[in-house]
Design a protein around this ligand. Structure first.
Ligand code: PA5
Length: 452
């Protein structure tokens, strides 16, 4: 079977000879520490063998619930933020029609994402959009207390109950949360919602292959069994017993750490040439950013959609500070075929492209950009997948997860916590006079006054 391929040749040339080989023992030790559960954050390793531990019975249960919502809802709102949101959105957008949100599809409910911001216009427009619609809600929050999601859920639950009645609403609201703790669990238990548990040992950004990602993906009409099959195969292909030279995750982790440490490359730009992959990059940014950016260390994960962003960020990438490298996700063959037509008048001068596939032009843009950026001093890592389907997306997801676990350990940080995320929350709660934050409220108000 065709496979995902990793090409590091255009990155290696920017490194001193032997730099990657020198990192191999550290990569091996980091991978062993994950496997043996001796690494930092070892209480969050539930994702490591999640694909091969996922049973058919479990997938059938998820699919069952998905089928119920598919039958009973024309719109399903997925409420969640960060790891409770990005994975589902990444997969659904990568596999779906680019214009799905504009056209009503009789077979599949429209999936809408919310609970990931506090924009009053957004929420107000959402409630307008949902008026009169048969909508359901998936309330996703591991902690069950995240403000953005809880606030959205409160608004939508009320609207759903008003529009469908409390009894019917109960059948189209699902909670995905902790087994015991948090407000989302309390509400689900009280109202009798169907629930799925986010395992304690799986952190948010590693949870896309749990119901957090699987349920919305199945509701959107995609094959979760193929997604898991892809992840399972990648779990086997990146196992500890696979030699370094054949293990793409170990190689990717080594190259990015070598570029960071040996070549001063502090920013990794995830690049795609298919707009559908925009949210794969967003998911990847969270995975690596929240896992590695701590203790004053970590590559900054950025992203660009090409060729679109070549007309905005291309100049910076070509000639700006040489602190960046690119990782390109390339899709070998698009799912659809579109040929350029011949035009008798040829007013646009494009007849030299007549009869060619659009993708042929895209691929030349990719190659041309790669050569130009490498000439401009930007190392290039290329990850290619044969086509966009559930199986290869599943492979890609597990590849990045395991690479991230290894890479964070090579960097020497705990990849599985996010202590820095609490700082803004503490200030926000203090400013909003949340009960329990009285001392912080007083301190922050005094500080703001003194800064005026
Ligand atoms: O990766 C993480 O743990 C975070 O990004 C969380 O997913 C995010 O903060 C949402 O948290 P919760 O699911 O508890 O609402």
């Amino acid at each position: 079977m065709d496979n995902m391929k990793l090409d590091i040749r255009k990155a290696e040339q920017f490194l001193p000879a032997g730099a990657i080989t020198a990192l191999q023992p550290q990569v091996k030790a980091a991978h062993e520490a994950l496997e043996q559960g001796t690494c930092k954050g070892n209480d969050y390793l539930g994702w490591l063998h999640l694909p091969t531990q996922t049973t058919e019975t479990f997938l059938a249960e998820v699919q069952n619930v998905a089928d119920t919502l598919r039958k009973q809802c024309e719109v399903v709102v997925v409420a969640g933020i960060g790891g409770s949101y990005l994975g589902a959105r990444a997969v659904i957008e990568a596999l779906g029609n680019s214009f799905a949100w504009l056209q009503r599809d009789d077979k599949n409910p429209t999936i809408v994402f919310a609970g990931n911001n506090i924009g009053e216009d957004y929420l107000s427009e959402l409630t307008d959009y949902l008026k009169g619609k048969r909508f359901g809600i998936i309330n996703i929050s591991k902690s069950g207390t995240t403000t953005e999601t809880a606030l959205t859920f409160r608004l939508l639950k009320k609207q759903c109950e008003e529009q469908r009645g409390k009894d019917e609403a109960r059948n189209v609201i699902v909670a995905i949360t902790d087994a015991h703790k948090g407000a989302a669990r309390a509400a689900a238990n009280k109202e009798g919602y169907k629930t799925f548990v986010i395992p304690d040992n799986v952190g948010g950004r590693f949870s896309v292959l749990t119901p957090v990602g699987l349920l919305p993906i199945a509701i959107a009409g995609f094959d979760i069994r193929r997604l898991i099959a892809g992840a399972q195969d990648m779990e086997r292909d990146t196992a500890l017993n696979i030699p370094f030279s054949e293990n793409p995750a170990a190689i990717y982790a080594a190259v990015r750490n070598a570029l960071y440490k040996e070549a001063g490359k502090k920013i990794e730009i995830m690049v795609n040439y298919q707009p559908k992959l925009h949210f794969i990059s967003e998911w990847w940014k969270q995975l690596f950013g929240e896992s590695e950016g701590k203790e004053g260390k970590g590559i900054f994960p950025a992203s660009c959609d090409f060729t679109t962003d070549l007309h905005s960020m291309g100049q910076w990438i070509q000639e700006g500070e040489r602190s960046i490298f690119e990782t390109v996700i390339s899709v070998e063959t698009p799912n659809r075929q579109l040929l350029f037509p011949h035009d008798e008048e040829n007013l646009d001068g494009l007849n030299f492209l007549a009869g060619k596939r659009v993708d042929e032009v895209n691929k030349m843009a990719e190659l041309g950009t790669r050569l130009a950026h490498v000439d401009g001093g930007v190392p290039n890592i290329r990850i290619s997948i044969p086509t966009l389907n559930e199986y290869y997306i599943g492979r890609l997801i597990y590849f990045f997860e395991i690479a991230c676990g290894i890479s964070g350990n090579v960097l020497g940080v705990n990849p599985f916590n996010q202590p820095g995320v609490e700082a803004y929350k503490k200030n926000m709660f203090a400013l909003l006079n949340k009960p329990g934050y009285e001392a912080d409220s007083k301190a922050i108000k005094e500080r703001l006054q003194s800064e005026q």
